[in-house]
Design a protein around this ligand. Structure first.
Ligand code: PLP
Length: 389
């Protein structure tokens, strides 16, 4: 199997599975229980929180466990805005966010008539002038901008956005969806000037179903899940300790060799680009300098991605069209596929036709150069067969 869809999810580390199994057997207590079984579970939960906080350079009590990045993004946006309900300002976000941000923002407009504004990022360049204009146009409740764009790998200038916020609208919270950056490149909310930050476990060899939201201490937040007041009242629900331990273990393993992994991923990506240039000279690589080394977005003229992804899959090479979750928005009509809400690749300046021919290959440190060569060879074979037919 050649698995190059690591931006969708990664195979779990064996160590993660082993730790989770141990915890399910011996640490299954409810962390809220006052007895010895509960206390043991609580201890493991707090150790996991501390490990994750350490990697982000923040304090453990600023980390809240959630069910994953989607929930963290929902909670960040709704929680921070609803806390300002008495005095609402606008939400500013980019046109290229993951649907868990975009749809939450849209929901705020639909359900609560919240003012929502979008900043363009043509060719992946976040428009700082537009942001400046928006910030100067009345009060703002929240800015939400991702670090690594999940379809193209573009890196958005989150620290610079924070600086501009400090100059023009000090005190406005900035949320960053760092799902595709966490443990893959330096992520430091305090240095960046970010008050809310989203990360998940399963993009780094951890389990699905768990993530975190970093909330800077003292930031007013409204809860969106009421119940037993777990996670200091922000996110009720009995904590899945085995998942938290699994996330912490994946963080520990991945963060330990982040720098070398980044270099290695860059070499795989470079190898793929070289191979594509050689084998499919008219392929268009959406690869601006300085993008994430883990994501490669490429269009092959005349080769619809619906065809190429299926062809590759038939030969046990796994890549995706855009992002995996966008596949769920497919059902416009049977057999048709509409790239993202509303056409993220187009919002990024990629023409519609090219968007429908775009593939995403995404790497993890366990991929090999042979994986990359196989991807290039099978894609080239697919292009040849399509063009000859
Ligand atoms: N944000 C980004 C940038 C992502 O890439 C993803 C998943 O692909 C998510 C959020 C949502 O993650 P999950 O489906 O694990 O909640």
């Amino acid at each position: 199997l050649t698995y190059l869809d690591n931006a969708a999810t990664t195979p779990p580390y064996p160590e993660v599975l082993a730790r989770m199994h141990e915890v399910m057997m011996d640490g299954w207590g409810n962390p809220s229980s006052p007895h010895v079984v509960g206390r043991r579970a609580k201890e493991m939960l707090e150790e996991s929180r501390a490990t994750i906080a350490d990697v982000l350079g923040v304090d453990a009590d600023e980390i809240y466990f959630t069910s994953g990045s989607t929930e963290s993004n929902n909670l960040a946006i709704r929680g921070a805005c609803l806390a300002q309900r008495e005095n609402p300002g606008k939400i500013i976000t980019s046109t290229l966010e993951h649907s868990s941000v975009t749809r939450t923002v849209r929901g705020m407009r639909r359900d609560l008539d919240w003012d929502c504004r979008y900043v363009d990022a043509p060719d992946g360049c976040f428009d700082m002038e537009q942001l400046a204009e928006q910030l100067q146009d009345g009060p703002t409740s929240l800015i939400s901008v991702m670090r690594v764009q999940n379809e193209t790998g573009w890196i958005f200038p989150v620290p610079e956005i924070a600086q501009l916020r400090d100059e023009l609208a000090p005190g406005v919270p900035l949320h960053c969806d760092a799902t595709q950056a966490f443990c893959k490149m330096p992520v430091n909310p305090r240095e960046w000037g970010v008050q809310l930050l989203t990360a998940g476990a399963h993009k780094i060899g951890g389990p699905r179903g768990i993530g975190i939201l970093y909330v800077q201490r003292g930031l007013p937040m409204h809860t969106t899940a009421f119940g037993g007041n777990q996670e200091r009242g922000l996110r009720s629900g009995t904590e899945p300790v085995f998942l938290a331990v699994g996330m912490a273990e994946a963080v520990r393993i991945t963060a330990a060799h982040m720098e070398t992994d980044m270099e290695y991923a860059a070499s795989l990506r470079e190898r793929a680009i070289e191979g594509l240039k050689r084998e499919i000279p008219d392929a268009v690589v959406h690869a601006p300098e300085g993008g994430s080394p883990y994501i490669l977005s490429v269009s092959v003229p005349g080769l619809p991605n619906a065809v190429s992804v299926k062809y590759l899959s038939g030969r046990r090479v796994c890549v995706s069209r855009a992002s995996a979750c966008e596949e769920n928005h497919t059902a416009v009509a049977p057999g048709t596929w509409r790239p993202k809400h509303p056409l993220a690749l187009q919002a990024a300046g990629i023409p519609l036709r090219e968007g429908k021919e775009t593939l995403r290959a995404s790497f993890f440190h366990r991929n090999t150069p042979e994986d990359v060569d196989r991807f290039v060879a099978v894609l080239a074979q697919c292009a040849r067969e399509m063009r000859e037919s």
